[in-house]
Design a protein around this ligand. Structure first.
Ligand SMILES: *[C@@H]1O[C@H](CO)[C@@H](O)[C@H](O)[C@H]1NC(C)=O
Ligand SMILES: *[C@@H]1O[C@H](CO)[C@@H](O)[C@H](O)[C@H]1NC(C)=O
Ligand SMILES: *[C@@H]1O[C@H](CO)[C@@H](O)[C@H](O)[C@H]1NC(C)=O
Ligand SMILES: *[C@@H]1O[C@H](CO)[C@@H](O)[C@H](O)[C@H]1NC(C)=O
Ligand SMILES: *[C@@H]1O[C@H](CO)[C@@H](O)[C@H](O)[C@H]1NC(C)=O
Ligand SMILES: *[C@@H]1O[C@H](CO)[C@@H](O)[C@H](O)[C@H]1NC(C)=O
Length: 495
């Protein structure tokens, strides 16, 4: 967490103490671009918006080049580790500086503004990149806090915000939606062309669906549980009494939450004569149909007893390997030094034929080990804490991205990466692949299982390192909680 409650209190105080601008944006309050605030108040127009040709270069007098400065008045305030060799690539806690500067080791220079400090404090590896970053890597992060939120209907029924290729162009194979339903509210009955995999983030929900083989399905899910609806399968989603928030992942990068097939619209678009014939009812029966889309709306309370809503279908109730839900919350995490992991893929949740996921918890100082996924892109969602990842993009580019809770990450197939916890609390994130099983190649294991002479000829690594390489994937690597400990030389790992 880089926004502490004291920051929030400070912001609140600033807010009540003065008029706008309430936030401390950064060093953009002094003269900039030839404008010196505050701009005098005018009571009537004066002057002209246009200049004349006397100001053209060659016509105008040359300025006194000593008159302006782009340097900051005081010695730049550097954070711990910022002076260290850029190739060490230490994590820089820029939040600990009042005015962070894009300096690392011998590289960079001060930034006199204009700027908004909070972006730079949240993204130190973009602002002052490790010396090992090079070339250009497609953007890999989208904070859902920058997504336009679409509210549901009146009555404070909920909201949804999405990430797709409109905002993260490289995320071609998966897209995500974060949705909140108020107590008893619905996401209107619908279906879509994409497969929908969902993780319940908070609260509880009832889902129901039917398939094309006369089978039906109903289940109740709470925090940490998962559902999957294959393409074209119509489903219902209703929150319980305390509301629900869930994360949806779709297997189409350009998925648009606003492009779903909706029961309300289907009825509104069908001639009443046809409805009468189809449903064997008087035309009058359709007089109260909604005018258009319901999207997210308040509902009546559903019975707690699921048995009352568990319609028996001629083809039976979908269960076992046909089930659309998985009670992932009850799967015990696999604990390893540095944290834990839970994997869910079609081997245990067969209906989601191409969705393989890992829910990873990384303790402070630890990291998800260097690896890549052989056949799939990776879509990530950060549930808690903060972390960073360097993406190695073939043949010779690499870029480091910072992530905090609520961010989406996207890494293309076969791009090597790690995810390091850069905060003081546990980092929790979800990795989702389009693959029939969750798989990765561990860099450490690769070297451990490659002939030693081959590895030595390539990387000139000492025998001591090669002796201690584990032959198993460790998934995580425990590490020093002090991410700038290396400024004094030594090691970043924990034995
Ligand atoms: C919607 O539900 C909320 C919470 O249950 C309730 O406070 C509100 O009055 C409802 N609004 C409408 C329009 O039904
Ligand atoms: C969603 O689609 C409907 C129907 O096309 C349109 O009226 C509405 O403005 C769209 N909403 C958003 C947020 O794009
Ligand atoms: C729904 O009904 C079916 C068939 O009667 C039963 O097998 C299944 O366990 C029920 N599911 C729930 C969640 O109650
Ligand atoms: C679904 O119903 C149709 C028509 O009654 C029947 O032909 C078909 O065998 C049923 N399918 C299943 C899986 O029960
Ligand atoms: C369910 O799927 C698993 C793995 O795909 C398989 O081992 C198991 O036999 C299946 N169970 C049933 C009842 O079909
Ligand atoms: C981390 O290590 C560096 C280098 O030894 C030291 O200067 C710094 O004070 C340490 N930070 C903390 C929080 O212990």
């Amino acid at each position: 967490m880089r926004f502490t409650s004291s920051t929030a209190v400070a912001l609140l105080l600033a807010r009540s103490a003065s008029a706008a601008p309430q936030l401390k944006y950064g060093e953009n309050t002094g003269p900039v671009g030839g404008i010196t605030p505050p701009i005098p108040t005018a009571t009537a127009p004066s002057g002209s918006p246009y200049g004349d040709s006397s100001l053209l270069g060659g016509n105008a007098r040359v300025p006194d080049v000593d008159s302006d400065t782009a340097q900051v008045p005081e010695r730049p305030q550097l954070v711990n580790g910022q002076d260290a060799d850029a190739d060490l690539g230490l994590y820089l806690d820029l939040a600990s500086a009042d005015a962070p500067q894009p300096i690392r080791g011998d590289y960079g220079d001060v930034d006199p503004g204009p700027r908004t400090f909070d972006y730079e404090k949240l993204n130190p590896d973009l602002f002052a990149p490790p010396g090992t970053d090079a070339g250009s890597v497609p953007n890999a992060v989208w904070p859902l806090g920058l997504s336009h939120n679409r509210p549901g209907y009146r009555g404070r029924s909920g909201w949804a915000r999405q990430q797709n290729t409109d905002v993260l162009p490289n995320a071609k194979r998966m897209a995500g939606v974060d949705m909140k339903l108020a107590p008893n509210a619905y996401r209107e009955l619908h279906w879509h062309t994409a497969g929908e995999w969902a993780l319940v983030l908070k609260g509880c929900v009832r889902v129901a669906a039917i398939n094309d083989e006369n089978q039906s399905f109903t289940d109740d899910l709470c925090e940490g549980d998962v559902w999957f609806f294959p393409p074209g399968v119509p489903h219902s989603i209703q929150a319980f009494d305390k509301g629900v928030e869930f994360l949806l992942v779709f297997d189409e990068g350009d998925f648009d939450e606003n492009g779903t097939f909706l029961v309300s619209e289907m009825f509104a678009r069908t001639p009443r004569e046809v409805l009468s014939k189809n449903f064997h009812a008087d035309v009058d029966a359709f007089k109260d149909l909604p005018d258009g889309e319901l999207y997210i709306f308040n509902g009546t309370r559903q019975p707690k007893d699921i048995g009352q809503q568990n319609t028996t279908a001629p083809g039976g109730f979908l269960s076992g390997n046909g089930s659309y839900t998985y009670h992932w919350s009850r799967q015990e995490p696999y604990r390893v030094p540095g944290g834990s992991v839970k994997i869910l893929d079609p081997r245990t949740f067969p209906i989601a034929t191409m969705f393989s996921a890992a829910l990873v918890t990384v303790q402070p100082g630890a990291m998800r080990e260097m690896h890549w996924h052989t056949t799939s892109d990776e879509w990530d969602y950060f549930l808690q804490g903060s972390g960073r990842a360097t993406i190695y993009h073939a043949p010779s580019a690499g870029r480091t991205f910072d992530f905090t809770a609520g961010d989406v990450g996207y890494i293309s197939q076969a791009e090597a990466h790690y995810v390091e916890n850069t905060g003081a609390e546990d980092l929790v994130f979800l990795e989702v692949l389009q693959a029939p099983k969750f798989s990765d190649v561990s860099v450490a294991q690769w070297l451990a299982l490659t002939p030693r002479q081959t590895v030595k000829d390539h990387l000139k690594l000492p025998d001591k390192l090669l002796d201690s390489l584990p032959k198993e994937k460790t998934i995580l690597k425990a590490g020093n909680r002090n991410l700038t400990a290396l400024t004094g030389g030594g090691k970043a790992y924990e034995p």
